[in-house]
Design a protein around this ligand. Structure first.
Ligand code: SAM
Ligand code: DTB
Ligand code: SF4
Length: 334
């Protein structure tokens, strides 16, 4: 499938041929992803739609609900994060939730239509006693018939295995941004640490959920760099959350110049084109986004959202509003 006949400036043969391959043998150069991002908007969205329709139901959206099982007080210094102990934000530290609270929340999420329940914790990484509690939670949520996901930070050898044996379907660990921009955002863990954790997850046979954040003051080149890193993971992630920075007062990134919303849509399209089979999630930042931009994200190939009125600590659209939006767009829930 070539769309050269329909395109104006985007007719770069190399990109065309590489974008046509849906398997994992494709290696994306940053410059090739940048060419996608630089294309006329209509060409980019058209290409993303073509690929989306080859691999997915074009009118279906998967719903994941988040819960923070351990909030605040994190020792890391991620510049975007309201849960880092060193920044003064309005987030109040909270001990680990009980198993019962988690099961109640997961049951409610399932009743509202979510198929996946993702448990997040404000840790650098879990200790053994944390893994023991998490495995109980994972098994209990799995027993409700939901897909399970956890995002607990860096994993040591053997920890992913334990989570997998308890029934963990997905582990979320984001690369967050391109390697060259990373040090401006986080200094307490490096890119390699993140890649090591992703290897642990893969090695344990757990699906990888890995994406990043845009709107942190990065350049378009860096957005291309992030997408290339994700697409070149071998294999690329099953689930790719594209977050728009939620600016939280007290964090270093609060006050960052706003990103043009079309740049966010372009990033979604590039994720869809480079990772054709992945579920691309329109993730954090929807509360601050117009319905029109969200609709463009779906057109660009997003087919998953976080569903429920809270992300981890910040707000997300009310479930009823999301149901209304999906109805307006004729999108059905997977
Ligand atoms: N502590 C664990 C870790 O960092 O790996 C897991 C939880 S952490 C909150 C999960 C992800 O949420 C981060 O990697 C980041 O991509 C995203 N995130 C955190 N704060 C955000 C914000 N203000 N805006 C957008 N995404 C954010
Ligand atoms: C992901 O990529 N985004 C979610 C989830 N994975 C864990 C988290 C978004 C957090 C937004 C800020 C907050 O609510 O604290
Ligand atoms: Fe801690 Fe995760 Fe927030 Fe970083 S993103 S400060 S590791 S909770």
């Amino acid at each position: 499938m070539s769309i050269n006949a329909h395109t104006s400036n985007m007719a770069d043969e190399q990109v065309d041929s590489i974008a046509d391959k849906a398997d994992n043998s494709v290696c994306w150069r940053v410059s090739q992803v940048k060419l996608l991002l630089d294309a006329p908007f209509n060409d980019l969205i058209y290409r993303a739609q073509l690929i989306h329709r080859q691999h997915h139901d074009a009118n279906a959206v998967q719903l994941s609900t988040l819960i923070s099982v351990k909030t605040g007080g994190c020792p890391e210094d991620c510049g975007y994060c309201p849960q880092a102990a060193r920044y003064h934000t309005s987030v109040e530290n909270q001990d680990m939730l009980s198993l019962e609270d988690v099961v109640i929340a997961a049951t409610a999420a399932k009743e509202r239509g979510a198929s996946r329940f993702c448990m997040g914790a404000a840790w650098r990484g879990p200790k053994q006693r944390d893994i023991d509690k998490m495995t109980e939670m994972v098994s209990a949520v799995k027993a409700l018939g939901m897909e399970t996901c956890a995002t607990l930070g860096l994993l040591k050898p053997g920890q992913a295995q334990q989570l997998g044996e308890a029934g963990l379907d997905y582990y979320n660990h984001n690369l967050d941004t391109a390697p060259e921009f990373y040090d401006e955002i986080i200094t307490t863990r490096n890119y390699e640490d993140r890649l090591d954790t992703l290897k642990e997850v893969r090695g344990a046979g757990i699906n990888v959920c890995c994406g990043g954040i845009v709107g942190m003051g990065e350049t378009r080149e860096s957005r291309a760099g992030l997408i290339a890193q994700l697409a070149n993971l071998d294999p690329y992630p099953e689930s790719v959350p594209i977050n728009h920075l939620v600016q939280v007062e007290g964090t270093p990134l609060h006050g960052t110049e706003a990103l043009d919303p079309f740049e966010f849509v372009r990033t979604i399209a590039a994720a869809r084109i480079t990772m054709p089979k992945a579920m691309v999630r329109l993730s954090a930042g929807r509360q601050e986004m117009s319905e029109a931009i969200q609709a463009l994200c779906f057109l660009a190939g997003a087919n998953s959202i976080f569903y429920g009125d809270k992300l981890l600590t910040t707000s997300n659209p009310e479930a009823d509003c999301d149901k209304a939006l999906l109805n307006k767009l004729g999108l059905h829930v997977l």
